[in-house]
Ligand binder design. Structure first.
Ligand code: ZN
Length: 462
């Protein structure tokens, strides 16, 4: 071989070697943390890191391995704390944060009929839901929720504010039998829902949905029409199911059956349906929900506060029903802290069954992450830190006295951590909160607007 050819070959080989080893440029690397992945093997990676490109997670590994393969102009140092998937709140009514503490210590029907429905009749407007959604978004970002499921009015306004805050939302336009602020009739509500669905379908952050309120506030034809709408557009249907004993009584008197069996007889149960609460269900109901691939949202704090009852969590888990966790609206909780929801879900299940082994920390954590994703049929997109999923993750401080010492991160995340311990919140690859500072909302303005709206709420219910 001539010297010149040798030189050319040497340059070629060198270039190939260098390009094989050159780290790939990505948009964000979150590093220097204990990564609680919540993947199939529930891997916990000490000294771990997550590489994010655009909206997606591209790799999760040890810090050293990630640094070798990737580089980025933007990095987020987790400071040795916990990196975990963002929390999925599967049931809330975001603007109801403005009714927080307005009427406590009442049963659901009295609370709804005497306070909430009248207050909503006077107060709910596009401006009201915008102010409320901004407040709820601030609280959710600050406490590590990255996806929330909503059922309310003027849902298009909620969607716009959710997008502006950078959160992921599965948002359901409410359909209800009586006249409400955004619809005079259920038909108006359905038409509104369809417009809303068409407007936001395919959005990277918003999954539009239809939300028929419940069997006791809707007739059969409207329930069927809502399900048809969800099927037509392949979007979720969100509904309150078997929340209280009153609802069981209503189903027995009007339909001679249970709420779940009644909904099944209408043909409205199937994949894409998310049933909130599911407190008063028997084994036959659970079997129906399982066979129809219906997801369930468990809301232990709301169920306790309204004394609605205790959902059979172990029954759902045994049957393999996709089970997520929710806070419900802040007016019946009274906050949107999913860490608290996890702890209460675990404790309540233990108390109910008189068995401390049920709903261990890992199970509660699963309900707030992968379980929520599965209940929404979004398990390929969110719920765990795995390549190809959306980059929805949070960094959680483990430095407080109440978190010291730490033997097992999952135990601490469920049994001692609070929403306030969240340091950073990332959704769809974008940093929404860095070191407790929310970057997508003007926190002072959000609180000021909420307090001003509360003055009007108080005047409206006097
Ligand atoms: Zn609710």
């Amino acid at each position: 071989m001539r010297p010149r050819a040798v030189a050319v070959l040497a340059v070629f080989v060198l270039t190939a070697l260098l390009s094989a080893q050159a780290p790939r440029q990505v948009s964000l690397i979150v590093h220097n943390g204990t990564v609680v992945t919540m993947d199939g093997a529930r891997r916990v990676i000490e000294n771990g890191a997550v590489a994010v490109d655009g909206s997606d997670i591209v790799a999760v590994d040890t810090d050293a391995a990630i640094r070798k393969q990737f580089q980025s102009s933007e990095t987020l140092d987790a400071g040795g704390q916990v990196i975990m998937p963002g929390l999925v709140n599967t049931h809330t009514h975001a603007p109801m944060v403005l009714f927080r503490g307005l009427a406590d210590d009442l049963a659901l029907q009295e609370w709804l009929n005497k306070y909430i429905f009248p207050a909503e009749a006077k107060m709910v407007s596009p401006e009201f839901v915008r102010v409320g959604t901004r407040l709820a978004a601030l609280e959710m970002i600050q406490s590590g929720t990255t996806t929330f499921v909503d059922m309310y009015y003027f849902e298009e306004e909620i969607a716009k504010e959710t997008k502006a805050a950078g959160l992921r939302g599965v948002l359901g336009q409410t359909v209800i039998q009586f006249p409400v602020a955004d619809a005079k009739t259920p038909a108006d509500g359905l038409a509104r829902a369809e417009t809303f669905i068409t407007q936001f379908k395919g959005d990277p952050l918003i999954t539009p949905a239809v939300a028929p309120h419940a069997i006791y506030t809707l007739d059969g034809p409207t329930l069927k029409a809502a399900r048809e709408l969800s099927k037509k557009h392949a979007v979720p249907m969100l509904i309150h199911v078997a929340e209280t004993r009153d609802e069981i009584q209503t189903a027995r008197e009007r339909f001679s059956t249970s709420p779940v069996a009644y909904l099944d007889s209408l043909g409205v149960l199937g994949p894409g349906v998310l049933a909130a609460h599911g407190v008063w269900v028997n084994d036959a109901d659970i079997a129906i929900l399982k066979s129809r691939s219906v997801g369930v949202s468990h809301n232990p704090e709301s169920n306790m506060k309204l004394a609605s009852g205790t959902a059979p969590v172990t029954g759902y888990l045994r049957a393999g029903v996709p089970l997520g966790l929710g806070t419900d609206g802040a007016a019946s909780n009274n906050d949107l802290d999913m860490f608290e929801a996890m702890r209460i879900a675990s404790f309540l299940a233990k108390l109910q069954t008189v068995d401390p082994r049920v709903v261990p920390a890992a199970t509660a954590l699963d309900m707030a992450t992968m379980g929520g994703a599965r209940s929404l049929g979004m398990e390929r997109l969110i719920g765990s830190i795995e390549p190809k999923k959306r980059a929805d993750l949070i960094v959680v401080s483990m430095k407080a006295a109440r978190q010291t010492p730490m033997y097992e991160p999952m135990s601490h995340l469920v049994y001692v951590t609070r929403g306030d311990d969240v340091l950073d919140t990332i959704v769809n690859g974008k940093i929404l909160m860095k070191d407790r500072k929310v970057l997508t909302l003007d926190a002072d303005a959000v609180l000021k607007d909420a307090r001003a709206m509360a003055v009007k709420v108080r005047a409206a219910v006097k």
